[in-house]
Design a protein around this ligand. Structure first.
Ligand code: IPM
Ligand code: MG
Length: 368
């Protein structure tokens, strides 16, 4: 049988340098765990625009549809701020999400023990935190029509449309309930049913799917603004949170920061199963392209490495190996190794991106 295929899209800013560390990890699993991948690499975002005049070529899009999983670094940068909306780096990422129909975006917010001190919240509030935000990723106000900037009389009007079909809500709700069953069996659904019809429908459909198919899972509903408040007040009350595209964008950044560092958190974007049974999947760190520190060896490769761990778990049925990688990351942090984004204590010298990657490889070796 041929090896599973991976398409790597490092993207812009710190994307290439963090992805270089992931490549080492991928090679390690091939050499030491008999888990080899056929890896190909391509452009996405600003670098694709520079080379081809588009943030994602049709050929790259087609390749993404064929492979077993896509691993993406980050896109964007100030160089591209003035570009027309249709060719901005972000459009490349949004096209991948939309055309691969990656409707369930899993964003874990986990507090690493060694890093609880970096949270802006008290250690007792965040210590041991482990929640999973499931953000709907292919619909809602990000994609709804009509949209645009139009002229009305003598002024301009900006328009975006929040739109959800029943089936779009139902499928992401199912993802949340399925995942909850493998965790603490609790789902909290967040919307604004008090102001938005799409929120009323969201709440109804989530409740219906629950009652019909997942009555064993504990379900609660919260308005998204109250959810933001509760997330900062006592985040450990949550297990799985399911919410729409825009609220999920905001709430996942909030939840990520609770853990002390955005540089640590991975994500998985999953769609329907392919012919081989694997879900369509794209894995990427939650952090952005951080152009201000790009190319200086300051970036933290952990979020991207942990995104590969999610790939092992959700695409390649290798939960044990995912765990091995996550333990290696934990061990390195417990040893006190810190990239520049994690510095708080005086007298601690930061390690470079590559040194962090090498230290994780050494822990992987030690795990054998
Ligand atoms: C994210 C990002 C993206 C989004 C941007 C880069 C388009 O903020 O993945 O959370 O808004 O979805
Ligand atoms: Mg975001």
């Amino acid at each position: 049988m041929s090896n599973p295929s991976l398409l790597i899209l490092p993207g812009d800013g710190i994307g290439p340098e963090v992805m270089a560390e992931v490549r080492k990890v991928i090679d390690w699993f091939g050499a030491k765990r008999d888990l080899a991948f056929d890896v190909s690499e391509d452009l996405v975002g600003g670098c694709a625009y520079d080379a081809h005049g588009t943030p994602l070529t049709d050929a790259t899009m087609a390749r993404a549809q064929e492979v077993d999983a896509v691993l993406l670094g980050a896109v964007g940068g100030p160089k591209y701020d003035q570009l027309d909306f249709s060719v901005k780096p972000e459009r490349g990422l949004l096209r991948l999400r939309k055309e691969m129909d990656l409707y369930a975006n899993l964003r874990p917010a986990q507090c690493f023990d060694a890093l609880a001190e970096f949270s802006s919240l008290k250690p007792e509030v965040v210590g041991g935190l482990d929640i999973m935000i499931i953000r709907e990723l292919t619909s809602g106000v990000y994609f709804g029509e009509p949209r645009g900037i139009v002229r009305e009389g003598n002024e301009r009007v900006g328009i975006n449309t929040q739109r959800y079909t029943e089936s779009e809500i139902a499928r992401v709700a199912r993802s949340a309930f399925e995942l909850a069953r493998k965790r603490d069996n609790k789902v909290c659904s967040m919307e604004k049913a008090n102001v938005m019809e799409s929120g009323v429908l969201w709440r109804d459909v989530v409740q219906e799917i629950h009652d019909a198919e997942y009555p064993d899972v504990e379900l609660s509903h919260m308005y998204a603004d109250a959810g933001a408040m509760q997330l900062t007040r006592w985040p450990k009350q949550f297990d799985v949170i399911v919410t729409d595209n825009l609220f999920g964008d905001l709430l996942s950044d909030l939840a990520a920061m609770l853990t002390g560092s955005l540089g640590m958190l991975p994500s998985a974007s999953l769609g329907a199963p392919m012919a081989n049974g694997r879900p369509k999947a794209l894995y990427e760190p939650v952090h952005g392209s951080a152009p201000d520190i790009a190319g200086q060896g300051k970036a933290n490769p952990i979020a991207c490495i942990l995104s590969f761990a999610m790939a092992l778990r959700y695409s390649f049925d290798a939960g044990d190996e995912a765990q091995r990688l996550e333990s290696a990351v934990n061990a390195v942090l417990a040893d006190g190794l810190r990239t520049a984004d994690l510095l708080g204590q005086e007298g601690v010298e930061p390690v470079t991106t590559a040194q962090m990657g090498d230290a994780i490889l050494a822990k992987l070796d030690a795990s054998l």
